[in-house]
Each structure stands twice: as structure tokens, then as C-alpha cells.
Design a protein around this ligand. Structure first.
Ligand SMILES: Cc1ncc(CO)c(N)n1
Length: 224
């Protein structure tokens, strides 16, 4: 914290330090092809099916972040995280609606390898040894990759096909951006008060999320 009471942003420094990998996650050929209008619709449908399965696992992950939050001395962030869980309930309904539109039977979709790898990573956060600072930072970057990726698809000059606008709007909206910024403030505040080893673990988790997100786009593009 400097003399004015303003905390330097640790998360912003990491985005800078790992810029190349951040760009690979947020300007991936998969989402760039949505923006260009050249997206292969079978790849889009694969992403949609796999992401539904991802979000189901993500609910449990965010619940574990909420639990860690509630155990903090000052759990001021509780309402933001609880709001996040409430939005995930809407999101699951949204996926089910989209699946009907795209003629996908969600019940028969098996999770692909990169998705399972991501599930394992998310599952590791239920361990009580993983600190709130690490968990909430991980939560922030997972949401931010989608915000930045889909936000780009609705920025000026996009050729995003009309039937994909709703998807892009879901994560690319100004409202979702504000939510991500709230999470970023929470992450930065937690990191500012965390011991050095937790800060190091949080940075490792940040990089790991970027790798997993790249893997998820790759899987969606070409079924690996
Ligand atoms: C793979 C993935 N990452 C992030 C999000 C954001 O919620 C999502 N829905 N799916």
C-alpha cells in the first residue's frame, strides 16, 4: 500500500508478467473465429456442450470459495461470491435452453480430456489447506478469461454471427465486466494481506488457469 492508501494491483502485475499466455487464452483462434464470423458451428456446439459440464463443476468450486470466504474474520466479500453462485444457477438454465436451440442432448455428452483435467484442478480447491487468497484469485482469473474473450467478440468491428451474440453477451456484457472487476479488487486485497507463500501459490494457479483455458479452447476447436 502506498501513502495514499491505494494498493498496487498484484493481479495487474501478473497480467503484465504473463501477458503472452494471457493473450493466448483471451485471443484464442476459437473465440477470434467467433468475432470473425468464420467459426465452425460443430466446434461451437462442442464448446457449448463441454462448457455446460464445466459450469456444473464450477458451481462446486465457487461454493468452496464461498466457504473459505465465510471463514474469514471479515467476510465482506460474501455477497459478491454468493451473487456469483446465483448467476451460475441462471447460467445452467441458459445452457439447457441453448442446447435445445442447437439440438444437443446434454445428458449424452461425455466430458473430454481437457475438461476432465480442468475438473481435477477445480476439485483440488475443496482442500481446506488452500487459502482463501489463492482460491478467490483463481476464481477471478477464470471469470476474467471469459469476460475478455467474449467481450472482444462484441467490440466494435465484430462480424459475430447473430445466433452467437447471446453467448458473447453473457460473458462480454458491461455487467459481467463489473463483476470481474469486483472479484479483482477482492483478489488484490486478499493477496495484499496474504503471506508470501500464498501469493506464490496464487500466481502459480493464475498461470495454470491460463493453460487450462487454452486447453479448453483447443479441445473445443478440435476435440482433443
Ligand atoms: C472453461 C470456462 N472457463 C471460464 C468460464 C467462466 O465462467 C466458463 N464458463 N468456462
Amino acid at each position: 500500500m502506498d501513502g495514499s492508501g491505494v494498493e498496487a494491483s498484484t493481479t495487474a502485475a501478473w497480467m503484465e508478467r504473463h501477458r503472452q499466455m494471457y493473450e493466448r487464452a483471451t485471443r484464442h483462434p476459437f473465440t477470434v473465429s467467433i468475432r470473425d464470423g468464420t467459426i465452425d458451428l460443430s466446434a461451437f456446439k462442442r464448446w457449448l456442450s463441454q462448457d455446460y459440464l464445466f459450469v456444473r463443476e464450477f458451481v462446486a468450486f465457487v461454493a468452496s470459495v464461498l466457504l473459505k470466504c465465510c471463514k474469514q474474520k471479515d467476510n465482506l466479500d460474501m455477497e459478491i461470491i454468493l451473487g456469483g453462485i446465483a448467476s451460475l444457477s441462471d447460467e445452467l438454465s441458459w445452457f439447457k435452453n441453448e442446447a435445445v436451440k442447437w439440438d444437443i442432448d446434454l445428458a449424452s455428452v461425455p466430458p473430454l480430456k481437457s475438461n476432465l483435467e480442468y475438473h481435477r484442478f477445480l476439485g483440488s480447491f475443496t482442500e481446506p489447506e488452500i487459502s482463501y487468497a489463492v482460491a478467490v484469485t483463481t476464481f477471478w482469473i477464470i471469470e476474467t478469461v471469459y469476460q475478455d474473450s467474449f467481450g472482444f467478440c462484441i467490440e466494435e468491428g465484430n462480424k459475430t454471427p447473430p445466433e452467437l451474440r447471446g453467448t458473447c453477451q453473457r460473458w462480454g456484457s458491461a455487467e459481467f465486466k463489473q463483476y470481474c472487476q469486483s472479484l479483482q479488487r477482492i483478489a488484490d486485497r486478499s493477496l495484499a494481506n496474504a503471506p508470501a507463500d500464498a501469493v506464490k501459490s496464487a500466481e502459480e494457479a493464475f498461470v495454470r488457469v491460463l493453460e487450462l483455458e487454452i486447453g479448453f479452447w483447443e479441445m473445443s476447436s478440435s476435440q482433443s
